[in-house]
Design a protein around this ligand. Structure first.
Ligand code: NI
Length: 183
């Protein structure tokens, strides 16, 4: 298990469409373990494989869900549908340090996926977990949360994004992401 460096905005892997996982093997479980370690080290609450340079459809989240003891999930090959409602709340991304903006997302949806052992499951999700799952699934399609902002908002962020793309990561970034809101 190891902490892997988080890829920052401008890295082409963040714009790739990630491939379905076909082998539920030790290598996949090693990747999942590294995603958990890296998410924890960066104090994030969600992390997708492309964010550590691996273009595969895998992500992890760490979000408390009422009535459930386990709040850490590893999700493989997610399919989202049956979306309903809309909620706007602040999001940040470990690949875009320093940027936090309100994003509109479906309030509720159905998640169908596999766990890292190849077990298929489905469940309805809502609340912050639904938000986190939408943000991370976007990563698997090469979509970043800033893509979902209004053109005007994106215009305002242009300079900050260009700086990130040039490698000007704010000093002291690692591991100082804003607690609890960075996906
Ligand atoms: Ni993110």
């Amino acid at each position: 298990m190891a902490v892997r460096p988080v890829r920052i905005y401008g890295d082409p892997v963040l714009r790739q469409k990630a491939a379905d996982v076909t082998a539920f093997d030790e290598s996949l479980r090693g990747l999942v373990a590294d995603l958990f370690d890296t998410m924890k080290a960066y104090r994030g609450v969600g992390l997708a494989a492309p964010q550590v340079g691996v273009a595969q459809r895998v992500f992890v989240v760490n979000v408390p869900v009422e009535g459930e003891p386990e709040q850490r999930f590893a999700i493989v090959n997610p399919v989202l549908d049956m979306r309903s409602g809309k909620l706007t709340a602040e999001e940040g991304c470990l690949s875009m340090p320093g940027i936090y903006e309100d994003v509109g997302r479906a309030a509720e949806l159905r998640l169908r996926a596999h766990d890292p052992h190849g077990q298929a499951f489905e469940r309805r999700v809502d609340g912050y977990l639904a938000r986190a799952i939408q943000h991370e699934t976007d990563h698997l399609d090469g979509v970043l949360f800033t893509d979902r902002l209004s053109p005007l908002k994106r215009q305002f962020l242009r300079r900050q994004l260009d700086e990130l793309a040039r490698g000007e990561v704010p000093e002291g970034y690692h591991p100082q992401s804003k607690d609890g809101e960075t996906l």
